[in-house]
Design a binder for this molecule. Structure first.
Ligand SMILES: Nc1ncnc2c1ncn2[C@@H]1O[C@H](COP(=O)(O)OP(=O)(O)OP(=O)(O)O)[C@@H](O)[C@H]1O
Ligand SMILES: [Mg+2]
Length: 374
């Protein structure tokens, strides 16, 4: 039983009832007993030979009065306590039921006041408030997602229909440059649809992973090889390094390639010509860490907690100009979590470069064969 719990209050109430009974009995015995005995003893003096009878009567009367007073006081106190406690319990349960019903009806701003009836009641109220807050946050995210999706759709669709109108009116030729522009806009829409379904599937746990035991060196090498042509074209140096003796991890090669690929793409986008990006794998305490660090624009500290949210861009105009829609890191986080790992963003601020750290648990050492997937 917890000292701050409701049970303690119940035990204390019982104790108070017993104590009141005891005190009442003692007070009555003190007040009534001596007088009762004295009057019986006086009567016995007047009627010789009746001492024993009077003593017995005095004892019985004083005892009965004492017991009656103790019983009466206990009943009275227990009634008062029962009414007070049951009112407070019913009141706070009513409050919680009302708030739960309001939250269920979509009013996520409602909160339960602390009942102060013991830690169990406080915890229940805290859980209801936490649930309301979480639901409110999810609702807000859903609204934002809808607004962002429609915003992302509007730009390419407006470009496509603008071009089509111009071609129809004879203002614009359907030349290779126009076709290329239309294709690019269509490709942007396709990518958006794919990204959205990828992040949706990963977040709902519906993304099947083909987990196998892989050496981190292999994952690093694959990702670096895939990224090298773009890095060379943008004249950004890419260093890949794996520390000696890093343990193997259980990873889906394609999906993990997507994780490192997204991080390397971001690093390239935000690192100016002549800069450098490092992709490393190392053991750190109980995990294997993959780190993508760059010498680029960096991320101001106030933006760091949000970069993994869908559609979050540090500088919407600049980042959209880079061609990004702000989904890449949301996909990265979902994929890393599906691998049982964690991902964090670090930067000392604008102009100071950025680093993204993916931590995975090492694969159990005896597991040498491919791991069957969920
Ligand atoms: N290495 C980095 N350096 C500086 N800022 C970064 C870096 N990586 C990500 N960011 C910031 O975080 C934001 C979110 O990144 P995210 O990958 O989710 O979106 P994106 O790259 O803009 O678009 P997408 O990945 O969907 O093409 C970016 O818009 C950018 O502002
Ligand atoms: Mg990105």
């Amino acid at each position: 039983m917890r000292w701050s719990g409701f049970g303690t209050r119940l035990v204390l109430s019982m104790a108070l009832v017993v104590l009141t009974g005891g005190v009442a009995a003692w007070l009555v015995a003190q007040a009534v007993g001596p007088g009762q005995f004295r009057s019986h003893m006086d009567a016995a003096e007047r009627e010789p030979g009746t001492v024993t009878e009077h003593a017995r009567e005095a004892f019985v009367e004083a005892g009965a009065l004492t017991v009656a007073a103790a019983l009466g006081a206990s009943v009275l106190v227990s009634l008062v306590l029962a009414v007070v406690l049951s009112r407070r319990v019913a009141g706070s349960l009513d409050g919680m039921a009302t708030v739960s019903a309001q939250v269920a009806a979509g009013r996520f701003g409602e909160r339960v006041a602390a009942p102060r009836l013991g830690s169990e009641f406080d915890e229940l109220a805290g859980a209801i408030n936490g649930m309301a807050e979480r639901l409110g946050h999810d609702e807000e995210m859903r609204h934002r997602l809808m607004a962002d999706v429609s915003h992302e759709l509007r730009t390419p669709v407006a470009t496509i229909s603008g071009y089509l109108d111009a071609i129809e009116d004879g203002v614009q030729d359907l030349n290779p440059a126009t076709t290329q522009m239309l294709r690019a806009q269509a490709a942007r829409l396709t990518r958006l649809a794919e990204d959205l379904s990828a992040v949706g599937a990963a977040q709902s746990g519906g993304l099947p992973l083909d987990l196998r035991v892989v050496a981190p060196a292999q994952l690093v090498e694959l990702a670096a090889r895939a990224a090298r042509p773009q890095y060379a074209a943008r004249q950004v140096r890419l260093f890949a390094h794996v520390e000696h003796g890093v343990p193997a991890v259980a990873a889906d090669r394609d999906r993990f390639g997507q994780i490192l690929g997204n991080l390397l793409e971001n690093a390239l986008r935000h690192t100016p010509r002549g800069g450098e990006v490092r992709l490393t794998a190392q053991r750190y305490r109980h995990e294997v860490r993959f780190v993508v660090s760059d010498s680029g624009e960096g991320i101001p500290p106030e933006h760091l907690p949000y970069v993994f949210e869908r559609f979050y861009r540090v500088d919407a105009a600049r980042d959209r100009g880079h061609g990004g829609s702000g989904i890449g890191l949301a996909i990265v986080r979902s994929l890393v979590v599906a691998h049982g790992g964690t991902v964090t963003a670090h930067s000392r601020g604008a102009g100071q470069g950025a680093a993204f750290v993916v931590g995975l648990p090492p694969a159990p050492s005896r597991r040498r064969s491919p791991v069957p997937m969920r």
